[in-house]
Design a protein around this ligand. Structure first.
Ligand SMILES: NC(=O)c1ccc[n+]([C@@H]2O[C@H](COP(=O)([O-])OP(=O)(O)OC[C@H]3O[C@@H](n4cnc5c(N)ncnc54)[C@H](O)[C@@H]3O)[C@@H](O)[C@H]2O)c1
Ligand SMILES: O=C(O)[C@H](O)COP(=O)(O)O
Length: 531
């Protein structure tokens, strides 16, 4: 049984797949303070939020069993993603469930602002009939600047085009082909500031977008500019906005979102040139149901099938992709496990190479598996696919990836090199058609073995009789040899022997083996499981 807690108001209808599921117990407990949530969070496997509840490091520290934080909506700025990642907690969102509602709300804000609807409504309710004061502006043939042309930004652009508006858009990811197809003109932030009559922002709030619209921007703006923010408070610098309105540098603003929420009786909510709504962009019956259905179904899929569709802090994973990559996934973790056990001191750098067909795939999952294999030796089960790269960085180990689609003797080849100041070691592995995963290189030795649970890697001189002596000693210690592979540079030179044995070799066994003349070093390699 998995326990899920819902801490913000979410459509209960939309959560039905989860609440009706026999494997899940769902508690709805909204409006908790941070300390109240800290007191109860350790018994939950998954947590569902909207934008109200801040998911802070102390909450994540207390969440000893938490595997997933699910955001029933788009913006994840209320969740400390870096901390969740470090703790190995998966964060997912529902990226498209509220797109239409937020798009329509943006249009409602633009139209309300252009035609003074909230002010005129209030005035009429106060008993006035003032037609002159509330004269508005047409959208037709005006220029709309869209900053952030993603789902909502492009949705607004499309609707504004149907009003006859020209669209300028700034988004680093908007290609010229897409812009052409959508009849949108790509522009810089400055060009938008200088040319737009209306501006709407639809980026996430990030260090880069915080204050993207600022005093400098307003200094370049046209005096008739009307600007809206239905994305996140802070993308438009709030002090600069008030100053620009007060100094008549721009005409009006419409805000659905604020740096501090709830925003009650603030200079922004009370300003006569700003119309406001209390973060209502996603507040429709339809959007709330869609985001709830999305997170509920995804939580079930994660716990039942390990499928992750909308990961915020992990590579996308699905049963299908994993099935396709399964031999590589297991091989790469094992390659990491073997590598770290052959490397005596801690590595400072990992050099990862993908050659052949595998280089054409998205290898992010495989890289994380390699790193997990390396780190789990020292950090244990705490390391998972979510936090592997963060923990590697915390250990002071850098990594680099090289990809080359040219074949390297095999149709696919993965190489892990562990490096520190004193030495380095290379482990090469592949998946052989019909034979499965193999380790095919250790440093300069060509080898060919299937990694098994208990192994010994022995550097020795290539001389007659050595194998017999070794078999005898292992036999005396009651250890059966499952397989043996030899790799050497030249006859009579240095050689490498890889033994798979049925039981773990004790220190005593290894000491006895080491006494054999010609044995130079023995590395015991213990895997979590055989491949
Ligand atoms: N008011 C509400 O209730 C409400 C509802 C839904 C979404 N939102 C907010 O709207 C925002 C956009 O949502 P979306 O669904 O369109 O997301 P999206 O991911 O589809 O689009 C965001 C776009 O912003 C672009 N972008 C990122 N950094 C940028 C930068 N520095 N400059 C320009 N563009 C940049 C991205 O390339 C992307 O195209 C999010 O912050 C979300 O939280 C608010
Ligand atoms: O990012 C979002 O999805 C919106 O801001 C909606 O937030 P809400 O779920 O708190 O309404």
């Amino acid at each position: 049984m998995f326990k899920v807690i819902v801490v913000d108001p979410i459509s209960e209808e939309g959560l039905k797949s989860l609440t009706d599921h026999e494997q899940f117990e769902v508690d709805i407990n909204t409006g908790l303070s941070e300390s109240e949530l800290i007191n109860i969070i350790d018994s939950y496997d998954a947590l569902i939020v909207r934008s109200q509840t801040q998911i802070t490091p102390p909450i994540l520290d207390a969440a000893k069993n938490l595997r997933v934080v699910a955001r029933a909506g788009v913006g994840v700025d209320n969740i400390d993603i870096n901390y969740a990642t470090k703790q190995g907690i998966l964060v997912i969102n529902a990226p498209d469930g509220n797109t239409i509602s937020a798009t329509e709300h943006s249009m409602a804000m633009i139209l309300s602002m252009a035609r003074n609807i909230p002010e005129a409504h209030r005035s009429l309710q106060d008993g006035n009939w003032d037609r002159k004061k509330y004269r508005g502006t047409e959208l037709y043939k005006k220029t709309l600047g869209v900053i952030g042309a993603g789902r909502i930004g492009l949705g607004v652009a499309k609707r504004a085009q149907s009003f006859g508006m020209n669209i300028l858009a700034f988004d680093p990811y908007l290609s010229s082909d897409d812009a052409k197809r959508l009849e949108i003109t790509r522009a810089t932030v400055d060009e938008i500031a200088e040319q737009a009559d209306f501006i709407t922002v639809h980026t996430p709030l990030t260090p880069k977008t915080k204050g993207l619209v600022n005093e400098d921007f307003f200094n370049k703006a046209k005096p008739n500019l009307q600007i809206i923010n239905v994305a996140r408070g802070g993308i438009i610098d709030e002090d600069a906005l008030i100053k620009a309105l007060d100094e008549g540098k721009i005409e009006k603003a419409a805000l659905d979102v604020f740096t501090e929420e709830p925003a009650n009786n603030t200079p922004l909510t009370q300003h006569e040139k700003i119309i406001v709504t209390p973060h209502l962009g996603a507040s429709t019956i339809e959007a709330q149901e869609k985001v709830a259905v999305s997170v509920a179904n995804e939580i079930i899929d994660i716990f039942e099938n390990n499928n992750v569709l909308h990961a915020v802090n992990a590579p996308q994973m699905s049963g299908e992709v994993e099935e396709e990559l399964r031999p590589f996934v297991e091989l790469s973790r094992t390659t990491g496990e073997v590598g770290i056990q052959l490397f005596e001191k801690g590595p400072r750098e990992l050099k990862i190479k993908y050659h052949g067909e595998i280089a054409l795939d998205d290898t992010s999952l495989i890289t994380r598996q390699l790193v997990m294999g390396v780190l789990q030796q020292d950090l244990g089960d705490h390391v998972n696919l979510i936090n592997a790269l963060v923990l590697l960085n915390e250990q002071g180990v850098t990594y680099q990836i090289e990809k080359n689609s040219k074949k390297y003797g095999f149709s696919n080849y993965i190489e892990l090199e562990l490096v520190n100041k004193e030495h380095s070691i290379k482990i090469g592995s592949t998946v052989l058609n019909g034979y499965g995963p193999r380790i095919v290189r250790i440093n300069d030795y060509p080898v060919d073995f299937k990694p098994e649970k208990h192994m010994l890697l022995i550097h020795h001189n290539d001389q007659p009789g050595i194998v017999g002596k070794m078999g005898q000693i292992l036999g005396e210690h009651g250890i059966n040899i499952a397989s043996m592979h030899l790799g050497r540079h030249s006859i009579g030179g240095e050689a490498l022997m890889v033994l798979s044995i049925d039981d773990e070799a004790s220190e005593e066994t290894i000491a006895d083996l080491f006494a054999i003349e010609g044995f130079q070093s023995i590395n015991k390699v213990e895997l979590n499981q055989s491949l």
